[in-house]
Design a protein around this ligand. Sequence first.
Ligand code: HEC
Length: 247
Amino acid sequence: MAPMADPNVNIPLYTHGPSQPGGGRLPIAIVVGLLAIIAALLVPLAISARARVSTSDEPRIQPIQDMAQQPRYGPQSPSAVFNDGRAMRSPVSGTVARGRADDDDHYYRGFRTVTDANGNDTTTFLDGFPQRVTLTPELIARGEQRFNIYCAACHGKDGSGNGPIHQRASELVVLHQANWTPPAYLHSDVVRTRPDGHLYNTINVGIRNMPAHGPQIPVADRWAIVAWVRTLQLRQNPPTPAAGKLP
Ligand code: HEC
């Protein structure tokens, strides 16, 4: 049963909850204090938001330096440290760029040069395909396509040496009484008996009047072309079992 109010005594009833004077309200000082804290928390956000949209010549604030700022030379800048006054140094002579060692003679050059004790060089063209080249129908098809792009204009698609450039040049030679070295007949005994590395080298650096194709044709494609030239030659002069040369 609820306690009864005594009309003679002006004492507030002892109750819990909001009916108590000032109950549920925070003291004004605490409210102001909390608002101040919330406002203060927004300040770093405001600073970083401003930093994001504005530029500054000042270096960034770096509480932990960790060698982030170090003196350095820019490209092409001068330097008093070196005799030639340049900050940029050339690589030590003989330096090989990473991944460019090209240390497989057979694959990259098609020949090997050996220097004997007396300092004399002997160069041998290597026969067969390098280990890293696998003869597949895809490689030969690639070689055919590359040959028709790069070589057929002079040598003809069949390797006869009768490509459109040769045909046109032969007309002009008569007209202008000029000189013209015909593209080689690729089925001649000379070309057929050359080592594969020689054929590769011909594509790579050219031969006599034929220009180099190395700068235009990547290494793997040069070997594909070698495979195609060999295919053309075998088609023209298939080996006979009697000759004991079946591949
Ligand atoms: C601009 C014309 C031209 C193009 C393109 C050309 N050649 Fe030749 N090639 C020649 C001429 C010319 C010769 C003969 C050079 C000489 O005897 O002075 C020759 C010679 C050759 C020989 C004979 C080399 C030897 O062993 O005596 C081979 C093999 C050969 N070329 C392969 C190729 C291949 C493979 C390609 C394509 C990557 C090619 N050529 C592209 C013009 C060309």
